[in-house]
Structures are given as C-alpha cells and as structure tokens.
Design a protein around this ligand. Sequence first.
Ligand code: FE2
Length: 377
Amino acid sequence: MTHASVTLRQPSQITFGLGCAVPAACAFVRTTGSRRVFLLTSPSVAQLAATIAAELRSGSVAVDVVTGVPPEPTTACAERILAGARAFAPDLVLAVGGGSVLDVAKIIAALHDRTEPISAFYGINVLVGRRTALVCVPTTAGTGSEVSPNALFLDEVTVAKKAIISPALVPDAALIDPSLMVSLPPALTATTGIDALAHCLETYANLAAHPTVDLHSLEGVRLIGANLAIAVADGSNLAARSAVALGSLYGGLGLGPVNTTGVHALAYPLGGEFHLAHGISIALMLPHVVRHNLSSLPSRHTALAEALGAPSVEELPDRLEQLIAACGIPMGLSAHGIPREALPRIADAGLGVTRLLKNNPREITRADALRIYEAAF
Ligand SMILES: [Fe+2]
C-alpha cells in the first residue's frame, strides 16, 4: 500500500484532562517566561478567565483580559480586537472560549506585530510566521481549532466565510479540560459535537485520507457517536463529556494534514449569507452529502457505519439523521429560514469551496449540489 506524503503539524504541548486548564495555562506562561498576556475570552467563562488572570498577576505578569467575541465573528470584529492587542503588545496570547474566540486569538497572535489587514492573509499559506506564543483552551468540543492551522471569518464585503490556513496558526499549546464543557447548554453541545463528528468522518472518507490520520478519525467517530446524545441529555456526565472532547481533539488533528470534504464545502454558504451557526450548517448538510458520497470509498464508508453502529453501510445516512435528531437539532433548511429560491445561489457558493471539494469521495456537480440542497430543504 502506498500513500502520498503527509505532514503532521501539532501543538508542541497537548494537555488533556479534567481540571487541567488553570494549572496548565499558568504553568505554560511561567515556563515560557512570558510577561504580557493578552487573554481573549467570552462572557460565559469570564469567571475562569478571571481566575487565570489573578494567578498570573500574582506572579507579576501583566494581563489584558478582553471578552466579547461574537459567534461566527466577522473580519471587522477581529480587526477591532486586533487594534486593542496592538496597543497592549503581548508576548503571549491565551484564548479561553469556543471556536470563535480561538480563531480570533490565533489571528491576533500572528498579526498584532504587523500592519497589514486580516483580509491580506486569506488563503492557504499566505500567512507566514508568528513571533508571539499562542495557547488555546477550548470550552466547547467541536471546532478542533486548538490543534488546527485554520481560522475562519465572515467577510462582510463578500458575505462569505474566508479561511486563513497556515502552519503559523497551529497553537503552541492546546489545553483541553472537559470539565469546562459541563455548563455548555444542550443545543450548543449538540451542534458543536456534530461539527466535531463531521471533522472525524470527513477526514476519514476523504480522497486525501492517510493512515496517520485514520486512527484518530475513526476512533473519534466512534467516541462521538456513542457519547454525544448522552452529553446533550446530561451535561454533567463527565465520562460522556470527556469522550466527546477527545473525539473533537481527534477530529481537529486531521484538519491540517487532510481537512474536510463536501459536507463543510456545502455548509459554508449557509453561514455566510444566512448567518447560521457553523455546527447547525454542518448538521443540516451531513446526512445528505454522506448519502451522495456513499457509493465511493466503500470500505471507508463501511468502517464509518460500523463505528456508528449502523446495521449496514446503506443505513449510515439514516444513522446520522437519528443521531442528529437524538441531539435535538431541528433538520431542514426551511426550518432555519432559508428560502427555496436561494438554493441555486447557495449551490454556486458551495461549489466555489474547491479547496475542500477536491477531497470529496465523489464528484459534486452543480446538478448534484442542487439535488443535495433540495433533499436538505
Ligand atoms: Fe467544522
């Protein structure tokens, strides 16, 4: 068996465990000798951020705490936060929050000591180098941003999701503490968890799939499939929270070397023009794109069906629909305010995400895309 070469870039430190966040974050700052920490966070975890800030300040570290990154952040919003970071001039950026907080923090660490606008770095490997240390503490189990080279923003000029992808955006440390996810509401647990499931599934059923990534991806599908509905129903179930967080980490590890496929490509326009949350967009498209892909890479789809407990490979899309329903996510583009007449426009936008469609197991033509969106409507 031969495979194309693959490059795995990961944080030099990945810490995973209940209660690890505060001690590991403070230890990382101490051991790197950082003196000025820009701490980006969200109101829902302000208390945790305050605890970290207080401990760092007791060691004479200057800490600038900034809260209030909105979900699905725009480039303009990230520019405003970046302006504040430029004034503070940190030597370490610490992100404590969901995927939006992490993505903005990654860009701040890379760009606060440069003058170009964020939009100058859209694309793959346009951004080169980062001089400021970057530590990410995720409070949702979903994006995998804490270990990936990706940051995504809504560009309000083009009304499209834009990706900045660069090895410079792989954090130096990812500190994953499932106990931080206990207070995450059921709806957010569900949608972020389905996003993580999609990362695992898409990096496995992928034309660029690689054995070095397969191990994590398939196990991530199994972990999330068996535990997500439990975590949604009982957020305090630490075993289920830990399993989903581990699955999310595994999905994130595949984003750099392999990345996602048609599910993410066709989901992005729903976030761009219609501002649907990323995880909801993914849930709406996941079973339908998998149904289209099923005839390609048959042994991989069979393995995915087994990992999710589907009785046969043909029933894999149904099993995904059951799981999404068990997590309480209402299906149907129409239920989320998308008008039928927008589907041709959405299809054109989805087909433009060629960086992901090139990985899809089966070609998606414009007619296919329209059929998939109709099925998802
Ligand atoms: Fe995603």
